[in-house]
Design a protein around this ligand. Structure first.
Ligand SMILES: [Zn+2]
Length: 239
């Protein structure tokens, strides 16, 4: 899957690919910015490709690339911005030449979901939750992140520093409370049942709260801010 591209030299480009078996791989595509290049259309961002590589001096060089059938997301600005978040996160957590269990499969599923989903925010929120879970960074959603007691069916304070939700006794006064519906949505996402998640009704306020929790958790665990997330926030602010 094509995660990223970077212009290089006169007419070349460096692509970051996410592969099933080799983790993240940086490759050089020579002459790809020339109008006569056949590689460019195959190597579109967020697409699935079958590539043949030749050993290069630093980076492997693309010899052939065939785009595989699959959804296209690039026609729509909002969808593309969410695909950017999915790709940036996949890029950030993956290691060169070292596959991270499940991240390739999840990224492929999430981008397909993004293409078919009428509301793109739903697909990217799902991806962030399952990716956090794969990385071992998922927020605690069943028991209090501080004392470990089961969380009651009530609104709860969320603390990325504590690692999840806090019960009434452990929450500090003035902490922002998140509705119990948010907990239910997060639990459903964590179960990985995308069929059930698709049928779930998420109104604008609930979606906003779910995003807020996931983004706070994500940013707590990443050293640098995600550029795509900054862009999505600007987009939301102007919507
Ligand atoms: Zn507690």
């Amino acid at each position: 899957m094509v995660l990223r591209k970077l212009d290089y030299g006169e007419s070349d480009r460096i692509y970051t690919l996410l592969t099933r078996e080799h983790g993240k791989v940086g490759v050089l595509a020579r002459g790809v910015r020339r109008t006569t290049s056949r590689l460019a259309s195959a190597l579109e961002l967020f697409s699935l490709v079958d590539v043949q590589l030749a050993k290069g001096r630093n980076l492997d060089v693309v010899v052939q690339a065939v785009r595989l059938p699959g959804p296209r997301v690039e026609a729509d600005v909002e969808r593309t911005a969410h695909a950017g978040l999915i790709a940036e996160l996949a890029d950030r957590v993956s290691e060169e030449r070292h596959p991270l269990e499940g991240i390739y499969e999840l990224t492929v599923v999430a981008l397909a979901e993004l293409a078919r989903e009428a509301e793109p925010r739903r697909a990217s929120a799902y991806y962030v939750m399952v990716a956090l879970d794969l990385l071992g960074y998922a927020p605690q959603i069943s028991a209090c992140a501080s004392c470990g007691r089961p969380l009651p069916a009530a609104s709860a304070a969320f603390s990325p520093v504590a690692g999840g939700f806090l019960c009434e006794n452990c929450a500090q006064p003035g902490m922002h409370l998140v509705s119990v519906s948010v907990l239910k949505v997060l639990r459903l996402m964590a179960s990985g049942d995308i069929g059930l998640y698709r049928r779930l009704k998420l109104d604008a306020e609930l979606m906003r709260e779910v995003e807020m929790v996931l983004e706070a958790q994500l940013e707590h665990h990443l050293e640098r801010q995600l550029r795509s997330l900054k862009f999505l926030r600007q987009m939301r602010a102007h919507a």
